[in-house]
Design a binder for this molecule. Structure first.
Ligand code: COA
Length: 259
């Protein structure tokens, strides 16, 4: 069905694996379109409670946008490349109501780190290396990197990473708060699945409302506290809320309908 990605669905988890190892999983146009389609399918699938995004092979999560595709672009083509990519993939992933965990299994550079940062949170294997090397190519991060990196690691660290075009290793990323956990490559996807298992015990409707509220803090002209109030109120109208509170009062485990 797809050329550059592999998807699987199991026990409430859809795993999307970028599969272009000969190009270190670089994001060409076709891969971005396939990822958009796969995220959309997973998000509307009632059996998918969590999405894991990772890269195939032992070397790279994603080594960036495919440089060979844009090397001869004009000013307007460059602008369109960034706008289209953000719409189809990066903003799209960040705003999904299904939680997305990035399991960073090697190089996450440029668009690769931007994809990991668009996910709701990140874990990494100990061989991972992360950076935004765009200025070494005469361009800047165009898939949200100048916005999301400072949000995650602070302005000064982001400025240094972007200006030096350098890479940080997994432990430094952990220290920066760019990733939440570091483990071995073998344990990376199992750890993502373990975290997904913890998420899945909870109300998917409430989780969607929480994602929307947290994201509101980073939207221009939006008062996140007001979004939280509205989303909080909406929860009271859901079957999940009735089940969650009833189960607590009846001293049993909740069995959320996800509605
Ligand atoms: N776009 C297109 N192709 C890429 C790529 C990218 N971002 N990153 C890697 N590749 C390709 C290489 O061209 C090479 O293809 P080839 O075998 O047909 O020549 C293949 O992937 C393997 O990469 P290679 O550079 O040989 O591996 P390496 O181990 O020597 O180096 C990196 C690994 C990640 C350090 C190096 O590939 C690199 O710097 N990539 C570009 C990173 C970048 O600037 N990303 C931001 C883009 S905006």
């Amino acid at each position: 069905m797809y050329t550059n990605i592999i998807t699987s669905q199991n026990d409430g988890i859809t795993t999307i694996t970028i599969n272009r190892p000969s190009k270190l999983n670089a994001l060409n146009k076709e891969t971005i379109q396939e990822l958009h389609a796969a995220f959309r399918v997973a998000d509307v699938d009632a059996d998918t409670k969590v999405i894991i995004i990772t890269g195939n092979g032992e070397k790279a999560f994603v080594a960036g946008a495919d440089i060979s595709e844009f090397a001869d672009f004009s000013v307007s083509e460059g602008g369109k490349l960034a706008a289209k990519g953000q719409e189809l993939l990066f903003d799209y992933v960040a705003n999904l109501s299904t939680p997305v965990i990035a399991a960073v299994n090697g190089f996450a550079l440029g668009g690769g780190l931007e994809l990991a940062m668009a996910a709701h949170f990140r874990i990494a294997s100990d061989n991972a290396k992360m950076g935004l090397p765009e200025v070494s190519l005469g361009v800047i991060p165009g898939y949200g990197g100048t916005q999301r990196l400072p949000q995650l690691v602070g302005k000064g660290r982001a400025m240094e990473m972007i200006m030096t075009a350098g890479m940080i290793d997994a432990n430094q990323a952990l220290q920066y708060g760019l990733v939440n956990h570091v483990t071995s490559l073998e344990e990376l996807v199992p750890l993502a699945e373990k975290l997904a298992g913890k998420i899945m015990r909870n109300s998917s409707v409430a989780i969607g409302a929480a994602i929307k509220s947290v994201n509101a803090a980073y939207e221009d002209g939006v008062n996140g506290f007001n979004v939280e109030i509205e989303q909080f109120g909406n929860c009271f109208g859901t079957e999940d809320f009735k089940e969650g509170t009833t189960a607590f009062l009846e001293k049993r485990k909740a069995d959320f309908p996800g509605k």
